[in-house]
Design a protein around this ligand. Structure first.
Ligand code: BES
Ligand code: MG
Ligand code: ZN
Length: 489
């Protein structure tokens, strides 16, 4: 539970106070702490001050660093770490003081606090037989000036929905492949969106076959868990015919197929539907917040496994577009499913722009690590739109070059295309393979193989699925903050 309400240490068991290094201290205790250098307000610094009357209560000072070096990212981490600290102290209620400064408007403060607190508290421990009871912590955002209350409550509701979308994406990504496979993923989508104003259609393998989605089927057909095509439609602007198309890679497990992965690379491959999870999470935020744009999302969900009738290296397969594809490696399966999903969303859903989001290549980890999502595009203005939003959401993107010489690497001598472009520039050739199917529509390809999963818990990030890039996808569709400052609010 999170709400905007003025509280003091008499009302809550812990009070979080963000502090800038070197700021003028409004409290005597804080002044003393700074004076004696016990707590200075440096970035990532936390100080817990217990006060014992009848009960133990805590003041948690959270350092933000120097005001001139302020970044929203530092604020996010400070809030998440402070809330996690409060949780570890087993308190049931916590107040978080809005540190109104000229860097963020009240909306920006409320957004940052809400998202960071809710994401910081996220854990995935449902499979532990002694898992901790789910969040009961009451959170109060305190110190919002009365005249800003209406706006603050609007932003609170919006940010809560966005955080829930991110948490949904994290949950889906973290679920193992024996729980989430195409059929159960589709069921989960239907269950989550029940009663919400969003149209959902799930196509089974017969309908997928009737559509001629041969590339998608080549990857997924041989598994006992049959493929599903999941379509979600949000209509937020009935006066416009424009529709944004989102396509998420939905490999609920990727063994590599006959080009089998070694165990160490395979064991997190239940997260190979991170792109699907992010479009489902984004659609949740878009729909719950009644975003005023039209968006359609498609997930081609399947499993890449070994069976007697699985596709093999050397096979030549068809696709919904009519293009033929030589299989060089059955582990380069994502681009095959995306090729058909992109064709479907353009031809059947009539979208005007396409963004595909995929855990597509290990090569993007080599190039950009776990901080940046690799981007390929055919439209620079569309890319600028993405990065403008990303500056505000804190998610990081980096464009890779995509000149036509790279595209040549995907040409086959026996078919129209081949699904591996060779050792060099693996992220680029994988992206450009998908680009062969976008029919000149403005297109962004987001390779999240490095950013969809975290091996560590840190700040608002928990170990496992990250939910990247739900925030930015939502931001692309959301109404921007009326305030002129750089952040979204
Ligand atoms: N799902 C993987 C990519 C991946 C790697 C995601 C690491 C997350 C972490 C993808 O299907 C794959 O196997 N790609 C191959 C492509 C290669 C065979 C051309 C890869 O990156 O090794
Ligand atoms: Mg693979
Ligand atoms: Zn894969």
């Amino acid at each position: 539970m999170i709400q905007i309400k003025d509280v003091t240490l008499q009302d809550v068991e812990a009070l979080i106070i963000p502090v800038f290094e070197g700021e003028e201290c409004k409290q005597e205790v804080l002044e003393k702490l700074v004076e004696t250098k016990v707590f200075l307000g440096k970035e990532e610094e936390l100080f817990v001050l217990p006060s014992i009357n009848n009960e133990v209560r805590y003041t948690i000072y959270a350092g933000l660093g120097k005001i001139e070096d302020f970044t929203t990212e530092c604020f996010r981490k400070a809030i998440a770490n402070a809330v996690k600290k409060a949780k570890s102290l087993k308190v049931k209620s916590v107040g978080i003081s809005v540190n109104v400064n000229e860097k963020l408007c009240v909306g920006g403060n409320v957004r940052t606090i809400t998202e960071s607190a809710l994401l910081g508290l996220y854990t995935f421990d449902k499979y532990k037989s002694k898992s901790e009871p789910k969040e009961t912590l009451e959170i109060y955002i305190t110190g919002v000036p009365a005249e800003k209350n209406v706006r603050a409550n609007e932003v609170l509701a919006e940010s809560k929905n966005t955080a829930e979308g991110i948490i949904l994406a994290r949950d889906l990504t973290n679920e193992p492949s024996n729980a989430i496979y195409p059929e159960t993923l589709a069921k989960k989508v239907i269950e989550v969106f029940e009663g919400m104003d969003l149209e959902i259609e799930v196509l089974d393998e017969k309908q997928i076959e009737a559509l001629g989605m041969k590339a998608f089927l080549a990857v997924g057909q041989s598994s006992t868990h049959k493929p599903r095509l999941i379509v979600m439609r949000h209509r937020g602007d009935e006066n416009s015919k424009e529709v944004l198309g989102l396509v998420g890679k939905g490999l609920t497990y990727d063994t590599g197929g006959y080009s089998l992965k070694p165990t160490d690379s395979m064991k997190t491959m239940h997260s190979d539907m991170g792109g699907a999870a992010s479009v489902i999470g984004a659609m949740y935020a878009i729909s719950k917040n009644k975003a005023k744009k039209n968006v359609t999302a498609v997930v081609a969900a399947c499993e890449n496994v070994i069976a007697p009738d699985s596709y093999k290296p050397g096979d030549i397969i068809g696709s919904m577009s009519g293009k033929t594809i030589e299989i060089g490696n059955t582990d380069a399966e994502g681009r095959l499913t995306l090729a058909d999903a992109v064709t479907y969303i353009i031809e059947k859903e009539k979208v005007d722009k396409v963004i595909d989001i995929a855990t597509l290549t290990g090569a993007v980890l080599v190039a950009l690590g776990t901080e940046y999502t690799g981007v390929i595009t055919n439209n620079q203005a569309f890319y600028e739109e993405l990065t403008t939003i990303a500056e505000k959401t804190g998610e990081r993107f980096w464009q890779l070059p995509s000149c036509k010489e790279f595209a040549k690497l995907n040409k086959s001598s026996v078919a129209d295309l081949k699904n591996i472009g060779g050792r060099n520039a693996g992220t680029i050739t994988a992206g450009l393979f998908v680009g062969e199917f976008v029919q000149d529509l403005p297109w962004l390809h987001l390779d999240i193989a490095g950013t969809a999963w975290s091996d560590v818990s840190e700040g608002y990030q928990s170990k496992g699925g990250t939910g990247v890039p739900v925030k930015t996808l939502y931001g692309l569709v959301a109404t921007p903050c009326p305030c002129s400052q750089k952040h979204r609010d």
